[in-house]
Write a protein that binds this ligand. Structure first.
Ligand SMILES: [Zn+2]
Ligand SMILES: [Zn+2]
Length: 348
């Protein structure tokens, strides 16, 4: 009688994750089984994940319909570890990232027009499914962006949200090389915005509160620094002919409103600093000089690849503080304190 061979499935190996068990709860470090990718999914061995202010949506349950426990994180850099059925465009061992845009359906009206960024059923990494605060994660194949060879994981991670947001907003702002572009706020977004604006060939005016950030702003590529506490920044911009674009990164609607008069003819206030307070503007301010106010959110995985390649090419890099995954709570608190210089990144 032949020996009966019984296939024994090995016990699934555990991994460490930093999860939120309910809205408002603290981070807890727990073991979970390493997940298996389903059809059209990829498993990523996470190497680094940025801690973004938008993670507050998951931490505090502000985004509607989040299912808990949930693992935040939408600035994910790692390596393709396993492919689900039907995935032929990625290879095991390939370095990839996932940003805010965590997948699209490909079938809604916007997707059929090629406008994946505005997909009606867009999935957000770390909100609609578990994000990068863990050792292994699953992502839809269409959410991945390739990471260029010479870019470190800890540098690529923040570029997948803070980076793409500033890069994409600027390159779609209409500003041309040589134009005066102001970057309001020298923080997580602003310090990248200044660098990209400089590499795009703009004349960059950095606007910050107080004089202490002036040397850093110049080092990052600003040709001038405007201290909005000691000077009227809008008037200062008008003395220079008016800004073609003001990239508003600091989440202060009051500060943004105060800058609108600094726009030149056909100037645009490009809003990326997220807040719930209203921006104040009069119709006269907009009609005079045909000014516009526009908002911008991140971009597609293809936009992420553009961002990463441009950063590799030009030397744009985030300034980071790293924490191990086990210290996710401390890392998040540091980010929320507003004192980080400038992006907090978890390493696995
Ligand atoms: Zn983000
Ligand atoms: Zn869609």
């Amino acid at each position: 009688m032949a020996t009966l061979k019984v296939a024994v499935k090995p016990a699934a190996a555990p991994m460490k994750v930093a999860q939120i068990s309910k809205p408002g709860a603290d981070f807890e470090i727990v073991d979970r089984e390493i997940p298996e990718p389903g059809a059209r999914e990829v498993r990523i061995k996470v190497q680094a994940c940025g801690v973004c202010h938008s993670d507050v949506l998951t931490k505090e349950g502000i985004w509607p319909g989040i299912q808990y426990p949930r693992i935040p994180g939408h600035e994910v850099a790692g390596v393709v570890d396993e492919l689900g059925a039907g995935v032929s465009e990625w290879n095991k061992g390939q370095r990839v990232g996932v940003g805010w845009h965590g997948g699209h359906d490909g079938t809604c009206r916007e997707c059929r027009r090629g406008d994946f960024r505005n997909c009606r059923n867009v999935k957000v990494c770390g909100i609609n499914y578990d994000g990068g605060y863990q050792q292994y994660m699953l992502a839809p194949a269409e959410a991945l962006a390739a990471i260029p060879e010479t870019l470190r994981d800890v540098d690529a991670a923040p570029l997948l949200c803070a980076g793409i947001t500033t890069y994409n907003a600027l390159r779609h702002s209409g500003a041309l090389p040589g134009d005066l572009v102001a970057v309001q706020g020298i923080g997580g977004l602003g310090h990248l915005g200044i660098q990209f604006a400089n590499k795009f060939g703009y004349k960059v005016a950095a606007i910050g509160r107080g004089s202490e950030n002036a040397p850093l702003a110049k080092k990052l590529g600003a040709s001038l620094y405007i201290d909005s506490q000691s000077t009227n920044a809008a008037e200062a911009l008008q003395k220079l002919g008016g800004a073609q674009v003001i990239l508003a990164t600091a989440p202060s609607s009051k500060a943004m409103s105060a800058l609108i008069d600094g726009l030149g003819p056909n100037g645009k206030l490009m809003v990326i600093g997220a807040t719930f307070d209203p921006i104040e503007v009069t119709p006269i301010q907009l009609i005079t000089g045909s000014r516009t106010i526009q908002g911008w959110a991140a971009g597609t995985p293809a936009d992420s690849e553009d961002t990463l390649r441009f950063a590799e090419l030009t030397g744009v890099r985030p300034m980071i503080e790293t924490y191990p995954l086990e210290k996710a709570g401390d890392a998040y608190a540091r980010m929320m304190s507003g004192k980080a210089q400038f992006r907090v990144v978890l390493t696995m």
